[in-house]
Design a protein around this ligand. Structure first.
Ligand code: IMP
Ligand code: MG
Length: 177
């Protein structure tokens, strides 16, 4: 049987919705006339992206990329690679990367550098959450939803080994027994 970890709610669906609304207002102010390309990093950011674009309600393009950093479990595999690259051309475009969580920062740093080689007009980063206690490389998060404590989080698209993405709120894993 799969063990059931104890989960505690960190952010309710209402708190997340308020954060998304605030982020959308900031992004709209900066991008309303820029027809930006939002690049969502799969899979964890799919719920956030869906809520964000509807709250933004402005002309934009969407691309998806998938990176691998974590294998199974909760520790980074350390090596990052592009599993699925974006399809569209972003040369000369204003790009906004949409992430679920910045943990060590290694994935975001790698991906921002990867995108810059494609010569966009600008690249900025929007992340729903940041876990500053785990930072290994300093990343400027241009639009940040909320800071999370040094705990493994799940829900609202974010998984633990593909589990718990469906939860409407964000929860912390308190133990694994
Ligand atoms: P980083 O390269 O260490 O910043 O890790 C980034 C990726 O690791 C995120 O996009 C997530 O997929 C995953 N990750 C890091 N921390 C958590 C967590 O607390 N819950 C679920 N996934 C996480
Ligand atoms: Mg993940």
């Amino acid at each position: 049987m799969v063990s059931e970890p104890k989960l505690s709610i960190l952010f309710t669906a209402e708190q997340i919705a308020a954060a998304v609304k605030r982020l959308a207002a900031e992004i709209r102010r900066d991008y309303h006339d820029k027809n930006p390309v939002l690049i969502a990093v799969l899979k964890g950011s799919f719920v956030f992206l869906a809520d964000l674009v509807r709250e933004l309600n402005l002309p934009l393009q969407i691309e998806f990329a998938q990176l691998s950093s974590y294998g199974h479990g909760k520790e980074s595999a350390g090596k990052i690679r592009v599993v699925k690259d974006i399809q569209g051309d972003i040369k000369g475009r204003h790009v906004l990367v949409v992430e679920d969580i910045i943990d060590t920062g290694l994935t975001a740093k790698f991906f921002l550098e990867h995108l810059k080689k494609k010569q966009p007009a600008s690249v900025k980063l929007c992340s729903l959450t940041d876990k500053p206690s785990r930072t290994q490389v300093k990343i400027d998060i241009d639009y940040l939803g909320m800071t999370v404590p040094d705990k493994f989080i799940v829900g609202y698209g974010i998984d633990w080994d593909e589990r718990f993405r469906y939860l409407p709120d964000i929860r912390a894993i308190e133990d694994e027994s």
